[in-house]
Design a protein around this ligand. Structure first.
Ligand SMILES: Nc1ncnc2c1ncn2[C@@H]1O[C@H](COP(=O)(O)OP(=O)(O)OP(=O)(O)O)[C@@H](O)[C@H]1O
Length: 577
C-alpha cells in the first residue's frame, strides 16, 4: 500500500485533476435523478410539456458535462498509472543494476523478471481501477445514501439492512484471495524459470532427447498456475451474482413497500423512481468499491514483491567517496584471502596470498571446483572476501569507488556473452568512443579480424540473441577484443581461451604478450599449454594454494602440477619445458 501511495503522490498535479473530474462527475450523476423526479412529478404527471422540455434540456446538458468529465477521468487515470508503473520499473531496474551476485542468487533472475513485468502490471491494473473508481465509488455511495435518507427515511432502512451482508461477503472474498494471489505469482516465477531454462538450454534438451520430460515439467507448473487462477477468478466472480441477488431482493422489497406508500398518497411516483435510481447508484458504487477492495490483496502481493526488490540493498556498495585515482596501475596483492559463498557454507578459498605486478602474467590452474573462477571474481568485487584483503595499487578493493575499480579491470568471463546488436555495438560496449583504428587493433590482437571481415556486413553484422550466430571460439575472441579495446591495467581471462583451437590459442597469447606489456594479466586455464609461459603459475587445490612458481619450477617441485601437466603434455614436451 505504502509503495502504491508513494509513487502515486509523486504525480500530485495529475492526481488533483483526476480528483476534480471524479468530484464533478459525481455531482452530475447525483443531480440527474432529482431532475428526473421533477420531470415526472411536476412535468409528466401535471402534463406540463414546457416544463418537461426545460428539464429534458437541462438533463441533456448535465449528461454532456458528465461525459466530458468521465472522459477526463479515464484519460487522467490512464496517464497516471502509466507514469507510476514507468517510475516503479525504472527504480527497480536501477536497483537491480546495483545488486551483487549474492542478491541475484537470493531472489533469482526469473523472479526478478516476473517482478519487473507481471507484478508491475498487476499494480498498474489495480491503480487504474482505484483511480477510475476507487475515489469515485465511496463518494458516490455516501452521496447516494444521503440522498436516499433525505428522500424517504422509511424506505432507506431496507437498504441499510442489506449492507452488513455485503460487507461480510466482500471481506471473506478478500481474505481468501490473498494466499491464492501469492501462490499465483510464485507459480508465474516458476513458469518463467522453466521457459528460460528450456529456451537457453534448447540444444542440451534436444541432444538428450528430453523434450517430453521438459514438456511435462512445464505442464506441471502451468497446470498449477491455471488451477490457482481458476480458484482465484471463481472466487472473484462469485461476488457478482451474489451482489445482484441482494440488489434484486432489495428492489423487490422497495417496489412492494413504495407502491403501498404511493397508494396511500405519502409518496410520489417520480420520487420512487429517483429513490430506486439512488439505490442503484449506492449499491453499484458499493459493488465497484468491493471489486477494488477484492483486487487489493492481489495487488498487495505484487507490491510487496516489488518492494522487496526496491529494498534489497547490495552487499557491495558503489562507495561514492572511494578512491578514484592511484599512482600505480596494476599492482595486485592478495593477503590471506578466504571466501565462502554464504555465511553458513565452508570456505571455497582458503588463506590465499600472492602478488602480481604490471607486465606479469599470473596463471591459475587446479582441478575443477578448486576455486579458480571464484578467486578472480573477488578482484572486481563480484563477491567480497570473507577474511583477509585484496589490494590493487596499494588500495583495498573495498575502498575504491566501485566503477573506478572495475574500470581498471578487463574481465573476460568463462562463458563468452555477446549482446544483440552489431559486432561494432558489442565492441563499443568496451569503450563507447573507440576509434576505427582501436577497433581494428583489438580485433587483430584477438585473432578476430579475419572472421569478422568474412561476414557479409563485416563490423555491421548483426549478433543474434546470445550470439547464437557465432561459434564458441568466435564469441570468445569477440569478448576478448571487447575487453582489449579498453586497455585496462589488469586483464582477467577466466578460462577464456578454452573454445579456441591450439594454434589460435597460441597465436592470440603471443600477440597479446606483445600488446599488454604494461598490464597485469591473470589467466585461469585448464590447459597447461595456455599457461606454461606465465611468469607465475599458482596451483589451487580445494581453495588452497598448494604451489607457486614457473612451469619449470612447478614441474620439478609440485606433484599436483606435474600430474596435471603429464596428463596433457607428451613426454618430450614435459622434458623440454
Ligand atoms: N554461486 C555459487 N554459490 C555457491 N557455491 C558456488 C558458487 N559458484 C561456485 N561454487 C562452488 O565453489 C567451488 C569453487 O568453484 P569455482 O567455479 O571457483 O571452481 P573452478 O576451479 O573455477 O572450477 P572450473 O575449473 O570447473 O571452472 C565449487 O565447489 C563450487 O561448487
Amino acid at each position: 500500500m505504502k509503495l502504491m501511495l508513494r509513487y502515486t503522490l509523486k504525480h500530485k498535479k495529475l492526481l488533483f485533476l483526476n480528483f476534480i473530474c471524479v468530484f464533478g462527475f459525481i455531482m452530475i450523476e447525483l443531480g440527474l435523478p432529482t431532475l428526473l423526479a421533477k420531470m415526472i412529478d411536476q412535468g409528466i404527471l401535471e402534463q406540463d410539456t414546457a416544463y418537461v422540455k426545460k428539464i429534458g434540456l437541462m438533463m441533456l446538458l448535465v449528461t454532456a458535462i458528465g461525459m466530458a468529465l468521465h472522459l477526463g477521468l479515464t484519460y487522467m487515470g490512464s496517464r497516471l498509472t502509466t507514469l507510476i508503473i514507468m517510475d516503479i520499473r525504472d527504480d527497480m531496474y536501477e536497483n537491480i543494476q546495483t545488486f551483487s551476485h549474492h542478491e541475484y542468487e537470493q531472489i533469482g533472475v526469473s523472479s526478478l523478471i516476473t517482478r519487473i513485468t507481471n507484478d508491475a502490471f498487476q499494480v498498474m491494473l489495480f491503480l487504474g481501477m482505484v483511480l477510475r473508481t476507487g475515489f469515485m465509488t465511496p463518494m458516490m455511495f455516501t452521496g447516494s445514501m444521503v440522498m436516499i435518507l433525505s428522500q424517504n427515511a422509511s424506505l432507506a432502512k431496507y437498504v441499510f439492512l442489506c449492507l452488513p451482508l455485503l460487507v461480510i461477503g466482500v471481506y471473506l472474498i478478500a481474505k481468501f484471495s490473498e494466499p491464492l494471489s501469492r501462490r499465483q505469482q510464485s507459480s508465474l516465477d516458476k513458469i518463467n524459470r522453466i521457459v528460460r531454462e528450456n529456451l537457453t538450454g534448447l540444444r542440451v534438451v534436444r541432444a538428450f532427447v528430453n523434450e517430453k520430460f521438459q514438456e511435462s515439467r512445464f505442464k506441471k507448473v502451468n497446470e498449477r498456475y491455471t488451477k490457482n487462477s481458476i480458484n482465484l477468478y471463481t472466487l472473484m466472480s462469485a461476488s457478482q451474482p451474489a451482489f445482484f441477488l441482494v440488489f434484486n431482493l432489495v428492489l423487490v422489497v422497495l417496489i412492494w413497500v413504495g407502491s403501498k406508500q404511493i397508494e396511500a398518497g405519502t409518496l410520489q411516483v417520480g420520487s420512487l423512481v429517483a429513490f430506486i435510481e439512488y439505490i442503484f447508484h449506492a449499491l453499484f458504487s458499493f459493488m465497484m468499491f468491493a471489486s477494488v477492495f477484492m483486487m487489493f490483496p492481489r495487488a498487495e502481493v505484487s507490491a510487496k514483491r516489488i518492494q522487496e526488490v526496491l529494498d534489497a540493498r547490495s552487499t557491495i556498495l558503489i562507495n561514492e567517496t572511494g578512491v578514484r585515482e592511484t599512482a600505480t596501475q596494476g599492482v595486485v596483492t592478495f593477503k590471506n584471502v578466504s571466501f565462502a559463498y554464504a555465511e553458513t557454507e565452508s570456505p571455497v578459498i582458503r588463506n590465499v596470498s600472492f602478488e602480481a605486478k604490471p607486465g606479469e602474467t599470473v596463471a591459475f590452474i587446479g582441478s575443477t571446483g578448486s576455486g579458480k573462477s571464484t578467486l578472480i571474481q573477488l578482484l572486481p568485487r563480484f563477491y567480497d572476501v570473507t577474511k583477509g584483503e585484496i589490494l590493487i595499487d596499494g588500495v583495498n578493493v573495498k575502498d575504491y569507488y566501485l566503477p573506478s575499480l572495475r574500470q581498471k579491470i578487463g574481465y573476460i568471463t568463462q562463458k563468452a556473452l555477446l549482446f544483440s546488436g552489431t559486432i561494432r555495438d558489442n565492441l563499443l560496449f568496451g569503450k563507447p568512443d573507440a576509434t576505427e583504428t582501436e577497433i581494428a587493433e583489438a580485433l587483430e590482437i584477438a585473432q578476430a579480424s579475419e572472421f569478422v571481415a568474412q561476414k557479409p556486413k563485416g563490423l555491421e553484422e548483426e549478433v543474434s540473441e546470445g550470439g547464437s550466430n557465432f561459434s564458441g571460439g568466435q564469441k570468445q575472441r569477440l569478448a576478448i577484443a571487447r575487453a582489449l579495446i579498453r586497455k585496462p591495467a589488469i586483464y582477467v581471462f577466466d578460462d577464456s581461451f578454452s573454445a579456441l583451437d591450439y594454434a589460435t590459442d597460441a597465436k592470440l597469447r603471443q600477440r597479446l604478450k606483445r600488446e599488454v606489456t604494461n598490464s597485469t594479466v591473470f589467466i585461469v586455464a585448464q590447459r597447461v599449454s595456455t599457461i606454461m609461459e606465465a611468469d607465475k603459475i599458482i596451483v589451487l587445490n580445494e581453495g588452497e594454494v598448494v604451489g607457486q612458481g614457473t612451469h619449470q619450477e612447478l614441474l620439478a617441485s609440485n606433484q599436483i602440477y606435474y600430474d596435471i601437466a603429464s596428463s596433457q603434455l607428451t613426454k618430450e614436451e614435459l622434458q623440454n619445458g
